[in-house]
Design a protein around this ligand. Sequence first.
Ligand SMILES: Cc1cc2nc3c(=O)[nH]c(=O)nc-3n(C[C@H](O)[C@H](O)[C@H](O)COP(=O)(O)O)c2cc1C
Length: 289
Amino acid sequence: MANELLIADVIRVRSSWRSYDGRPLEPGDRARLEDFIAALEPGPFGGRVRLELVEASPGDRAELRALGTYGAVKRARTFLAGAIKQRPMDMEDYGYVFERAVLFATALGLGTCWLGASFNRSGFASKINLARGEILPAVSPVGYVASRRTAVDAVTRFFARAKRRKPWEKLFFDGAFGRPLSREAAGPYAEVLAMVRLAPSASNRQPWRIVKEAGRDVFHLFISRSAVYSGVATSVAGGDLQRLDMGIACCHFGLTARELGLPGKWERLEPPALKLPERTSYVATWRGR
Ligand SMILES: Cc1cc2nc3c(=O)[nH]c(=O)nc-3n(C[C@H](O)[C@H](O)[C@H](O)COP(=O)(O)O)c2cc1C
């Protein structure tokens, strides 16, 4: 991580910023971010993400419109945008890799905001030369934050209840859904799960659920789909936003585990035989070693 910050500190300070001061990235910050995104490995499920920094020149109205956010973000000059080839687990891999870049930008002191819906998808697609067979699931502004959040930012945060997270007991389970995992039973993974809980998610719905196997460092990740996202809204043109949330959760889990010296990896396995709540399905498993 940049500046030797702990990943947990970076995760704690990250929040979605929608108001910027209009300055372009300073050359040093830009170079560090570019080096970081150029060196990113594929996601845990094997998908390679092509990330780029794209810039809108302030005087160019057509370009500003092309890189528009429908009013969601104010005075951002630079955006992180990316593409991934369509394949199984593409959205999860994109979520994972893009979140790594978001956390790196956060460690540099830059503001970010995942945008999976409120951005001009075709404008960004042409800017990054989106190829046939690729998808562009989400973008984010990256820049110096305005000293105060604008009204749009404050209102969006209020409606997304951005600071709130579901209680631990509703997210993490011990052997079966309905049986909350105690922090003691989570052991060294308690901090890892705490960092999953602070992850950003589309509309702050927090669709991640994790079931730990009794007596083993094996964690099964599930998606608990929100009713609003289970219909048409699930598949905005760029794909399924709640699957991006899954990749982001895998990222927070994996980076925190690595920093704590807890080896393991994410894999997609045969779903465990568990009784699942409504609209809940298996995503992947962390197998600690
Ligand atoms: C996959 C994804 C898509 C998102 N799309 C948008 C969006 O289109 N517009 C927006 O204003 N915020 C968007 N957000 C930001 C969320 O609203 C925000 O992460 C959530 O409310 C939690 O707040 P926080 O990021 O400050 O912790 C998105 C977040 C994620 C993870």
